[in-house]
Design a protein around this ligand. Structure first.
Ligand code: SF4
Length: 315
C-alpha cells in the first residue's frame, strides 16, 4: 500500500506517468498541442513502399485534427493558438506534425518547415510523427540540429511487434527497421515516442502484452496506447462491414488498459490511453467518443484495483 501511495505522489494525482504531468513539471503549466499538416504524403501510399496505406489510416493520413496544408506552418500555428486561447489562458505549445509521414520530403524542405515551428517563441517542443524507414542520415542530422534549439520528439508508428498483424495492417516495414531507427535517434539524444494499437483484429491479450514487454526493453521515452478505431473511408471499415470482427466494450478495454499500465516500465511517459479519432468518421467502437467518461472510468478502476504503472513490471 505504501508503495502504491508513493507512486501516486510521483505522478501527481494519477497512477500512471502521464505526458501532462511531465510537461507541467518541466514548464510549470499545461502545454497544448497544435496539430500541423506539413504537406507531405507517405511512402506507404504513393507506391514507394505500398499503395493504399495502413488499413486503418484515414484519408487525411491519420491527421484528422491537423491544420490546413494550404496554409504555412506559421499560419497553422496562429490559427491553432487562436482556437485554444478562446477557451482558456494558454502560453505554451507543442508543434505536432501529425498528418502522413512527416520526414518524407527533402531535407531542405523539412528544415524550412521545422525551423518555422521551432522559431515560434511559444512553441516549447517539436513533435514529429513518422515512419522508421524515413529516417536517413541527412534527416537524422537535421533532427539533431533542431534538438539543440528545442526538444524534439519523434513518434514512430509501430502498432505491434507481431509480423502477422503487421502484414494484415500493411505496415510496410520489418521490426529491425524500427530497432535501427530507435538506436539512431537515441544516439543523437532525440526522444522516441512509440505509437501502438490495442485490439488489432486477431491479436490476443498476450500478444498485446508481448509488444509492451518488448518496448519495455527498448530505449524509448514515451508511448501511445491507441485503441483501434474503425473510421469511415478506410479499408478497415470495408472489412468490418463485410466481416465484422469483435471490438471491446468500454469495461473490457479498461480492464485491458489496467493490465497494460501495470506491466509498463514506470519511466515511460504515457501520451495516450484511448483513441483520438474524429467523431464524425468513427464507426466503432462508438463509446470512445466520450473520452472524458473513459478516462474517469479508468482512473476509478485503477484506484479500485490498486494498479499503478510498473506494478507488474520486472526488469
Ligand atoms: S504510415 Fe502513417 S500516414 Fe502512412 S499509411 Fe500508415 S498510418 Fe497512414
Amino acid at each position: 500500500m505504501a508503495d502504491s501511495q508513493s507512486r501516486q505522489v510521483r505522478w501527481g494525482e494519477k497512477r500512471y506517468h502521464s505526458m501532462d504531468y511531465d510537461l507541467k513539471k518541466t514548464y510549470g503549466e499545461k502545454v497544448y498541442k497544435i496539430t500541423l499538416d506539413g504537406g507531405m504524403t507517405c511512402p506507404n501510399r504513393d507506391g514507394t513502399v505500398g499503395r493504399g496505406g495502413c488499413v486503418f489510416c484515414s484519408a487525411s493520413g491519420s491527421g484528422d485534427f491537423a491544420g490546413s496544408r494550404a496554409l504555412s506552418i506559421t499560419e497553422q500555428l496562429k490559427n491553432g493558438k487562436a482556437a485554444l486561447a478562446g477557451k482558456r489562458p494558454v502560453h505554451s505549445y507543442i508543434a505536432y506534425f501529425q498528418a502522413f509521414t512527416n520526414t518524407y520530403a527533402s531535407v531542405e524542405y523539412l528544415e524550412r518547415i521545422f525551423l518555422e515551428a521551432v522559431r515560434d517563441g511559444d512553441v516549447r517542443i517539436l513533435s514529429i510523427a513518422t515512419r522508421p524507414d524515413c529516417l536517413g542520415k541527412p534527416v537524422l542530422e537535421l533532427l539533431e540540429r533542431l534538438s539543440r534549439i528545442k526538444p524534439v520528439w519523434i513518434e514512430l508508428g509501430l502498432q505491434t511487434i507481431h509480423p502477422h498483424t503487421a502484414a494484415y495492417i500493411r505496415r510496410g516495414y520489418e521490426l529491425p527497421v524500427f530497432e535501427e531507427a530507435v538506436q539512431n535517434l537515441r544516439s543523437r539524444g532525440i526522444d522516441v515516442l512509440v505509437h501502438t494499437i490495442l485490439c488489432l483484429p486477431g491479436e490476443t491479450r498476450q500478444q498485446m502484452f508481448e509488444t509492451l514487454d518488448y518496448l519495455n526493453h527498448m530505449d524509448i521515452q514515451g508511448i501511445k496506447l491507441q485503441l483501434l478505431h474503425i473510421l469511415q473511408g478506410t479499408d478497415l471499415a470495408l472489412q468490418y462491414a463485410e466481416h465484422p470482427f469483435p471490438v471491446p466494450s468500454m469495461d473490457e478495454y479498461i480492464g485491458l488498459l489496467g493490465a497494460c499500465i501495470s506491466r509498463l516500465r514506470p519511466d515511460i511517459t504515457i501520451h495516450r490511453l484511448t483513441g483520438d479519432g474524429p467523431k464524425e468518421l468513427l464507426i466503432a467502437p462508438l463509446w470512445t467518443g466520450q473520452k472524458r467518461t473513459v478516462l474517469n472510468a479508468l482512473h476509478q478502476y485503477l484506484k479500485e484495483q490498486d494498479i499503478w504503472q510498473g506494478k507488474d513490471y520486472h526488469e
